[in-house]
Ligand binder design. Structure first.
Ligand code: NAD
Ligand code: GLY
Length: 369
């Protein structure tokens, strides 16, 4: 199947299309003609992704643009830094760009967040296009305009809301994605079912293994459903004043686990989210907010997808429970020192809760060791 599907993120003058399909990188000039035609494009590519896709992308851009330049960024979370950003901005300026430049991010969430923030900062804001190449980036990070880099004080602490002008999701790029990265991205797919769409979760229970085996139709359905859910949430709450926070189901736990592991690749973001979601169900169960059978179903599907559900299964287990709780208190979502969790009421129903008794949280963390 070569049909493209197009969704729109309806944000008035910042509205944009998400195009999902196959062989899109080679046809980017057709798909994003309105955003590229006659412009100066600078492609910012992950250096591990570039050998697979950069030539095709640059060739397609060259058919539509008046000039195409490329910059490579080292693969890995360490590139989401102020140092890399500063170098990138200088390199882009050295091309003699003006405000008509379009940055194109080719890679996973690291490149999308970095290039997006470069676009937000360059000349006080220029256009950018997301071409995400990991499942995580295709279902989550490329949509919604959160851009940024990490700080010594924590992850994603420096950044801006800056919406892309287009998101182009070429399913074929996932063919070269390592299994472990695919599975980590799948945790974010499960998240959309758990946080607000019980029917999608049921579909995942039946077809998740097809997604993980890279079946094209299953991947397409999972990506389109996830992007549609994210688009509707972002339209309703672009700057996370309310409902957008639901996208953080499992993330208060996950960010603490990732922080302990130092973002060195031992624990991927999606892997941390898998454990975090299972723990959010356990906590909600202990608080009498969510039936235990729903928690059992969520954990069974997470585990059945090859993801961990317990603290004892991940390297963050080396941290003590008080250490983990201290990190949760410093989370971006915390307000006035009160921890904030997204908790489930059921499969497909979640809410923001800042009334979590520390004793129960301690109990849930301890029981997971
Ligand atoms: P990533 O960008 O580091 O990519 C993971 C690995 O896969 C890298 O080694 C990369 O080189 C490789 N890779 C990427 N595409 C490939 C392909 N097609 N074939 C082979 N290898 C490929 O990680 P990620 O999981 O995509 O993104 C994680 C980042 O996203 C984190 O920094 C996280 O904070 C951020 N994030 C942002 C948002 C947001 O809303 N902006 C949401 C979720 C996560
Ligand atoms: N991934 C969280 C958000 O985009 O809000």
């Amino acid at each position: 199947m070569t049909d493209n599907s197009t969704l729109t993120v309806g944000l008035d003058e910042r509205a944009y299309d998400i195009t999902v399909g196959r062989r899109l990188i080679a046809r980017v000039d057709e798909v994003a003609d309105a955003q590229l035609s006659g412009r100066h494009v600078v492609i910012i590519a992950d250096d591990a992704v570039a050998p697979h896709h950069l030539t095709l992308l640059a060739t397609a851009c060259a058919r539509s643009c008046h000039r195409v330049d490329n910059l490579l960024v080292a693969s890995g979370e360490a590139s989401k830094s102020m140092a890399t950003l500063a170098g990138l901005l200088e390199d882009i300026l050295a091309f003699g760009v003006d405000r008509d430049v379009v940055l194109v991010a080719l890679g996973g969430g690291v490149i999308g967040d970095l290039a997006g923030f470069a676009a937000a900062s360059l000349l006080r804001g220029v256009d950018f296009i997301q071409v995400p190449t990991t499942l995580l980036a295709q279902v989550d990070s490329s949509v919604g305009g959160k851009t940024g880099v990490n700080a010594a004080a924590g992850k994603n602490l420096i950044g801006a809301f800056h919406q892309p002008r287009a998101v182009i999701i070429d399913i074929d790029t996932l063919a070269t994605l390592p299994d472990r990265e695919l599975r980590a991205g799948y945790a974010e797919v499960i998240k959309y079912g758990l946080l607000g769409d019980a029917a999608f979760f049921e579909w995942l229970e039946a077809h998740g293994h097809d997604v993980l085996h890279r079946d094209e139709a299953a991947l397409r359905h999972a990506i389109i459903t996830s992007c549609t859910a994210k688009a509707r949430i972002v339209e309703a709450d672009e700057r996370e004043a309310g409902r957008r926070a639901l996208l953080n189901l499992g993330h208060t736990f996950a960010h603490a686990f990732e922080s302990v592991c130092g973002y060195d690749g031992r624990l991927l973001h999606g892997e941390a989210v898998g454990v975090g979601m299972a723990m959010a169900y356990r906590l909600a169960g202990e608080m009498g907010l969510c039936p235990g059978q729903d928690g059992g179903r969520a954990a069974a599907h997470i585990a059945g997808s090859g993801l961990s559900t317990r603290l004892s299964d991940i390297p963050a287990a080396t941290a003590t429970t008080p250490e983990l709780i201290n990190i949760m208190r410093r989370d971006k979502k915390a307000r006035n020192g009160r921890m904030r969790f997204v908790l489930p009421r059921a499969i497909g129903d979640s809410f923001v809760c800042d009334e979590v008794p520390e004793g129960l949280l301690t109990q849930v963390l301890e029981a997971s060791r």
